[in-house]
Design a binder for this molecule. Structure first.
Ligand code: GLP
Length: 241
């Protein structure tokens, strides 16, 4: 079941998302969170840090799994998703870094790294998965394709995805051609999903994903089949609803 939540004030976008995540952490201190990168969840992480600083919640027993990572980028490269997570969240809260998991983009054997990540995931169920959506309907780095993979795998990034993420690099040529991503099977197995969508440029794709056919050509459309999805949109992204 998909619940739509539209916020009209930009400052409420991160606050509402943080309320959903922090309520879970408050009631389940050992929660397993699935986390996302990109511009959209930045305000969520900012608000979570605020809530943490108020002494209301602790992340000391929380475990996290990130959706994806670029292949070939060192963890300390500023555009790596590990660096993103440390900078925007982990360095500012009381989480045990050993409980934070991001695929290792520098693994000598990326396929083996995918198996290692899946083995860790198989020991937990993600209580709440935070997602963004790409302009082409991707979730994590599960790109539109004839077939989608259930588990963690290496993916070739589509030109439009590399273009969209070029803003974090000096040029589009520097954006890695491949990434490791959690598969749609793992995403769909999470107990609850929070899909965050912001901006006029996402209005069409989120409308298509939620009201159009369920198809691997729009990976986010699979979320229509999930029992507990909250889609948090700002006014611009939600203008077609
Ligand atoms: C990347 C990430 C996705 C994210 C998407 C949208 O491709 N792999 O997880 O949802 O970007 O990012 P943004 O929120 O910056 O639009």
């Amino acid at each position: 079941m998909v619940n739509l939540v539209k916020v009209s004030k930009q400052e409420d976008f991160g606050k509402v998302a943080a309320y959903i995540v922090s309520s879970l952490v408050q009631t389940s201190p050992r929660a397993v969170l699935g986390l996302a990168t990109g511009g959209t969840p930045v305000d969520l992480y900012k608000e979570l840090i605020n809530i943490f600083n108020q002494g209301v919640i602790s992340f000391s027993k929380v475990k996290t799994f990130n959706l994806d990572e670029y292949v070939g980028l060192p963890a300390d490269h500023p555009a790596s998703y590990r660096a993103f997570m440390n900078k925007h969240l982990f360095d500012h809260i009381d989480i045990d870094m050993n409980n934070t998991h991001v695929p290792n983009g520098q693994a000598a054997n990326p396929d083996q790294e995918c198996s290692r990540y899946d083995a860790m995931l198989s020991e937990s169920v993600i209580d709440l998965q935070v997602l963004g959506i790409g302009h082409n309907g991707h979730i994590g780095f599960n790109e539109p394709a004839d077939q989608l993979m259930p588990g963690t795998h290496v993916v070739d990034l589509l030109p439009e995805t590399r273009e969209a993420n070029a803003r974090y690099f000096q040029s589009v040529d520097e954006v890695p051609a491949q990434a490791i991503t959690m598969g749609v099977g793992t995403i769909m197995k999470s107990r609850q999903i929070l899909l965050m969508v912001r901006g006029a440029d996402k209005a069409e794709i989120i409308h298509r994903a939620l009201t159009g056919p369920i198809t691997t050509l729009c990976p986010a459309s699979l979320l229509q089949l999930h029992p507990n999805v909250t889609v948090l949109m700002d006014g611009e992204a939600g203008r077609l609803f």
